[in-house]
Design a protein around this ligand. Structure first.
Ligand SMILES: [Zn+2]
Length: 316
């Protein structure tokens, strides 16, 4: 990637914006429709990623390991005895505060080439607890994109229990709509409804409104109607993936996942999985997840939730 001088963007966004500091490493610092800080903290510089995104990247030469968190150091210890460390009832509270997004943008990969965001769609389902136990065992935090009617309905008491457990255990909660319809086919009012019917119950449970959406079928990111409506609701990111396990279509085939992950090694990863799929069993959903975790960690990736993957807050 080549550095750009963000002159064009500068003029557009110096208006009335005074935040305390410039962007931290891996934070956004420019791009179409971006009106936040266009500068980066010392040791990082604003680099062009694509037309809608420029990012504060560490300056490469004088690298006396900048103290910017564990983003670069892979320290994924698979041993976990989190018992003695003072009962934290909510792991999410311990997360560093990231800047909010501006407008809504589309993403399909993380910023840091060594970051991996594992994502699960269509939950909650009856397999949620099994998977949460597994993530706890590996100390992996994932991002769940929640659907209102796919499996366990928002009105089911289990919905509340599972979402709360996900959140309390440090996972990120995003919106995957109520009825899992293609938003391209809906009116703006219908899109609002699809989002609110999931967002409101989530707010009642965790006290926060998601800023991330996963579009059903990954469809609609290029449609102004869809994106403008989502933006008007306060969403900051429409997030697809760059590794599709196709678990819904191949009974969670590990061979297939092995192939598609291997093809993308070296890039930042967002893997797409589902909390239930055709032919799912406790054994095959867990086996696929364990394969992904072990394989991707063995390649030196740091597992992150979507907020850290993108450098923006997960909630509005
Ligand atoms: Zn889905």
């Amino acid at each position: 990637m080549k550095a750009i001088s963000v002159i064009g963007i500068l003029s557009a966004c110096l208006v009335g914006y005074t935040r305390a500091a410039c962007g931290e490493a891996f934070a956004q610092c420019g791009g179409n429709n971006y009106d936040g800080e266009v500068c980066c903290v010392a040791g990082t510089e604003c680099e062009y990623v694509n037309e809608s995104y420029s990012q504060c990247n560490p300056v490469e030469d004088s690298s006396d390991d900048d103290k910017n968190e564990a983003i670069v150091d892979v320290d994924v210890t698979v041993e976990n005895d989190e018992d003695s460390t003072e009962e934290s009832d909510n792991e999410n509270e311990k997360k560093p505060q990231l800047p909010k997004g501006t407008g809504i943008q589309y993403f399909e990969k993380c910023k840091n080439p060594k970051h991996w965001a594992m994502t699960y769609d269509d939950g909650p389902t009856e397999y949620a607890d099994l998977m949460l136990d597994l993530f706890k065992k590996y100390d992996i935090k994932v991002t769940f994109f929640i659907c209102g009617t796919c499996h366990i309905n928002t009105k089911d008491p289990e919905f509340k229990r599972i979402i709360k457990r996900m959140y309390d255990e440090g996972h990120v909660i995003g919106n995957h709509t109520y009825n899992h319809l293609n938003l391209v086919d809906l009116t703006p009012d219908e899109i609002v409804n699809e989002m609110k019917l999931v967002e409101d119950p989530i707010y009642e449970i965790i006290g926060k409104r998601p800023a991330f959406v996963r579009l059903p079928f990954g469809s609609g990111a290029s449609e102004e109607k869809v994106m403008n409506t989502l933006e008007s609701l306060g969403y900051h990111a429409a997030i697809n993936w760059n590794v599709d396990t196709m678990d819904w279509d191949n009974t969670g085939s590990i061979d297939y996942s092995n192939k598609v992950i291997t093809e993308k090694l070296g890039q930042p990863l967002i893997t797409l999985n589902h909390l239930a799929f055709d032919g799912v069993t406790k054994e095959n959903i867990a086996a696929l997840a364990e394969f992904e975790i072990q394989y991707i960690l063995s390649q030196g990736y740091t597992p992150v939730t979507m907020d850290e993957c993108l450098g923006i807050q997960a909630y509005q």
